[in-house]
Design a protein around this ligand. Sequence first.
Ligand code: 5GP
Length: 192
Amino acid sequence: MKELKDRIRRDGIIRAGNVLKVDSFLNHQMDIQLFEAMGQEFRRRFSDVEINKILTIEASGIGIACVVAQSFRVPVVFAKKTQTKNISGEVYTTKVESYTHGRIYDVIVSKEFLGKGDKVLLIDDFLANGKALEGLARLVKDSGAELVGAGIVIEKGFQIGGQTLRAQGIRVESLAIVDSMDETTGEIVFCE
Ligand code: 5GP
């Protein structure tokens, strides 16, 4: 998606540890006009499949997931990160290692909001090593719902997540795939 790539090139800041900061339009301030265009693009890419629910993970996936859900006219469920020790039987739960914080979280979704008959599209802002998406995919599987695919705003193609998930047969559509980024020169190269 050209508009997104241009924006990343213009406003993206490369930080140590292969972290791309896009706080001015995605992760802190959110450019809703750009989000709308991204929502339409996901709608176009997944127009061949039935989707009745969007699933994301708090916090940074929620904004974009809401706008994508609007273009599909379906609800959004966000998986919650929790440190509660006694997790009740009313939730599906899994563990996810956070890329940016290096911590392991328990992640939960209420059984009320995900289950058999749901056709789920996962949405997240970034794909790096794939831990967040793998966790969401496990929750979908545990619930008996069907995983239709995953829509990602920025995939870092030089990290293993995309390859791992596609090898598991998950359809991953990324709006921008970063092939390489150089912290010293600030250069960002995209795939294709
Ligand atoms: P993964 O689980 O694929 O390793 O990492 C994905 C999650 O980590 C995303 O939900 C995102 O919040 C965060 N993340 C990973 N890499 C980056 C990055 O380069 N920049 C930002 N802003 N977040 C990232």
